[in-house]
Design a protein around this ligand. Structure first.
Ligand code: HEC
Ligand code: HEC
Ligand code: HEC
Ligand code: HEC
Ligand code: HEC
Ligand code: HEC
Ligand code: HEC
Ligand code: HEC
Length: 447
């Protein structure tokens, strides 16, 4: 082979190896995930993400049998033992003792990760891992998703610690049936989900309780027999788990078309048509096929309407950026601390494809307005439409209309100011104001 051929091949290989080396190096810090070198774990992280962070620091020494754990802990942690006694784990002929989950050696106890439960609940664990096939979002991938978010590594820890609390749904199995009751009935109720599925970017809570289904649950749910499995005929109206985990399948990602709702998708794509069929099958436990299809088609129509508004706002921002009138522009404000590319090549980033993370950091007013339109108003309308809550659809679209109006008005002002600045000897430079501000310096130090 001539050198002209193998020199580029060698360079490509070296770059590839360096890339792998770099990722490996960034993952080997005191934290976890892609930015592990940039933060230190808090002590609570040892419970939320036990695999990398839990260290057993015990004063008690010895290997104990299951019964012995109970004897000691009966007075030490009475609440835990009481819950355990009420659980199916205690009521087995051969009880599932503390040691089955935490280990027998008190000097090296562990906090049970999903693979510990898998020793006895392989089916549920396999279904849960199967979510990985469908990509983000999913419960199985939730922890790495949070850890690998730039805003998790960038912002002061006090502001972002709770990311891991919700995203711990990936790293332990007690999110829906809580320890130490591990009660399936608890997990079937909507309350099991809404500790995490609520708030502006994912108002599933608000949407469900505003729907006909949620109303029925609120009115008569306390009389339903929650010991029954989530299968056709057992419940008069569906709960979160009924629809998303029907037949007890521990897999919440296999039917999702619109997913988080952050980008427009093609609902006519082959795999999406198949997924939609599986949703219609859920509704048909209680509704007619034609009705079910119609409702879900309405969701798609609502999404189309939302994206028409969002694209209009994006166009306004992109035009401003094109004319150099976005202010303060990227480069004139702190770059994303861990984004060295941003420092070399500052860019305002608009929408999901260009970078969601930037929207969580210092941006101009107009970018923030767009972010709130996209991340809060849009997702409110989406979750309303998905869950049969017209109130949220109306509110979401009303807010989107208002945001679009504000964005257009602000763009006119910025445009006018931008044009005025041309021809003024030395235009005002906002860079010092933004890049050495108190919040910025404090952030840089505190993280
Ligand atoms: C002699 C009494 C005694 C026995 C027996 C005992 N423990 Fe403990 N355990 C303790 C004490 C005391 C603590 C509080 C932490 C410490 O000081 O070591 C504790 C703490 C724990 C914790 C909390 C660890 C943490 O980091 O939050 C777990 C889990 C635990 N024990 C499980 C077990 C299991 C499982 C067994 C049986 C294999 C067991 N214990 C047997 C006394 C005991
Ligand atoms: C079926 C598995 C299982 C059994 C059995 C079990 N635990 Fe746990 N335990 C867990 C899980 C899951 C957690 C939460 C782990 C985490 O937060 O990372 C936990 C957490 C704990 C904690 C620390 C957090 C807290 O709630 O204070 C203690 C202490 C504890 N268990 C003690 C016990 C004792 C004592 C027993 C026996 C009576 C027991 N466990 C039986 C699964 C189990
Ligand atoms: C040593 C085996 C073993 C381990 C480890 C174990 N379990 Fe279980 N679990 C059982 C048995 C046995 C039952 C009762 C089976 C039944 O009712 O069909 C049960 C029942 C359950 C139930 C159903 C309770 C109900 O109300 O019907 C849940 C939920 C559960 N386990 C969750 C967990 C979780 C989560 C973990 C890990 C933190 C875990 N288990 C670890 C053996 C185990
Ligand atoms: C401890 C917090 C927590 C609890 C409890 C919880 N979830 Fe989640 N859920 C999450 C997180 C975090 C994500 C997003 C993960 C990611 O970033 O990829 C998620 C994602 C989802 C998704 C999106 C899947 C997709 O493909 O778009 C569905 C559906 C879902 N959860 C349903 C439920 C249901 C139903 C319940 C209750 C039975 C529930 N969750 C309970 C934290 C939780
Ligand atoms: C109140 C619980 C909660 C908190 C706190 C939380 N999340 Fe989430 N997060 C969720 C849920 C639920 C979803 C999935 C929503 C859906 O699919 O509709 C999600 C989705 C995500 C996604 C999108 C997954 C994807 O690929 O589309 C990312 C990234 C994410 N969260 C990161 C974070 C970070 C970083 C933080 C901390 C700043 C955080 N989350 C705080 C519950 C939470
Ligand atoms: C998002 C909420 C959620 C999470 C996370 C979750 N479960 Fe469950 N789990 C449920 C629901 C809901 C049921 C009741 C299913 C039904 O009615 O058929 C259940 C039931 C169970 C049962 C009893 C099954 C039966 O047929 O009696 C076991 C065992 C179980 N889960 C194990 C696990 C294990 C292991 C994990 C972690 C890999 C886990 N769960 C995580 C919601 C959850
Ligand atoms: C009547 C069935 C039903 C009920 C009840 C229900 N959902 Fe949904 N959910 C849906 C449908 C349908 C979608 C949109 C699916 C699509 O097209 O992607 C959806 C979307 C979601 C999504 C976005 C990811 C995805 O799967 O598309 C999350 C997260 C979610 N629901 C959580 C919840 C929570 C939490 C509750 C309870 C508070 C709940 N849902 C109640 C049917 C239901
Ligand atoms: C377990 C039974 C059950 C399942 C499953 C179910 N529903 Fe319902 N649904 C009901 C009940 C009960 C009502 C309230 C009575 C009524 O209006 O028919 C209702 C009402 C509704 C309404 C309001 C009807 C109106 O006229 O105002 C909509 C929309 C709806 N459901 C959509 C769905 C969709 C979409 C699915 C599937 C993703 C679904 N439902 C799954 C039981 C169910």
């Amino acid at each position: 082979m001539k050198p002209v051929v193998w020199i580029p091949v060698l360079i490509a290989l070296a770059v590839l190896l360096a890339g792998f080396g770099y990722v490996g190096w960034s993952k080997s810090g005191p934290g976890a995930g892609l930015y592990s070198r940039l933060w230190q774990p808090d002590t609570v992280f040892s419970y939320w993400n036990p695999k990398p962070f839990y260290k057993s620091v015990q004063t008690v020494e010895g290997l104990f049998k299951g019964e012995e754990c109970i004897e000691c802990h009966e007075s030490l942690t009475p609440g835990i033992v009481k819950d355990w006694r009420a659980s199916k784990h205690a009521k087995q002929e051969k009880p599932v003792y503390c040691s089955s989950c935490h280990g027998s050696d008190h000097q090296s106890l562990h906090m049970p990760t999903p693979d510990i439960c898998a020793n006895c609940h392989k089916a549920q664990h396999d279904q849960f891992l199967d979510e990985r096939r469908y990509g983000f979002p999913s419960h199985a991938l939730a922890m790495e998703r949070a850890l690998d978010s730039k805003h998790f590594a960038d912002k002061p820890k006090a502001e972002v610690a709770s990311c891991l609390q919700c995203h711990s749904v990936a790293t332990k199995c007690d999110s829906c049936h809580t320890r130490h009751r591990f009660d399936a009935a608890e997990a079937r109720r909507p309350e099991a989900c809404i500790t995490c599925h609520s708030g502006p970017p994912h108002p599933d809570d608000e949407a469900y309780f505003a729907s006909a289904h949620g109303k029925k649950y609120l009115t008569e749910g306390d009389k339903w027999d929650w010991s029954k499995a989530l299968v056709k005929g057992n419940y008069p109206a569906p709960t979160c788990a009924y629809c998303h985990m029907r037949n007890g399948k521990h897999q919440v990602a296999d039917k999702a078309i619109w997913k988080f709702g952050l980008k427009e998708i093609n609902q006519h794509k082959g795999e999406n048509v198949v997924k939609r069929q599986s949703w219609i099958a859920v509704c048909m436990d209680c509704h007619k096929q034609t009705e079910s299809e119609k409702w879900l088609r309405n969701l798609d129509l609502e999404r189309k309407r939302a994206w028409q508004k969002l694209y209009k706002a994006e166009d306004v921002l992109e035009a401003l950026r094109g004319d150099g009138h976005l202010s303060p522009a990227a480069g004139k404000r702190p770059h994303y601390p861990i984004e060295w590319i941003d420092k070399l090549w500052p860019r305002a980033r608009i929408g999901l494809l260009e970078g969601q993370a930037s929207a969580f950091y210092n941006v101009s007013k107009i970018e923030r307005d767009y972010f709130e339109m996209w991340y809060f108003a849009n997702l409110r309308a989406y979750k309303g439409a998905a869950h049969g809550a017209p109130k949220l659809v109306d509110e979401g679209h009303k807010r989107m209309r208002e945001a679009l109006k504000d964005i257009k008005a602000e763009a006119q002002i910025l445009d006018r100011l931008g044009k005025k600045e041309v021809g003024m000897g030395k235009p005002f430079d906002p860079k010092p104001l933004w890049t050495t501000g108190e919040y910025t310096s404090k952030n840089a130090e505190a993280n």
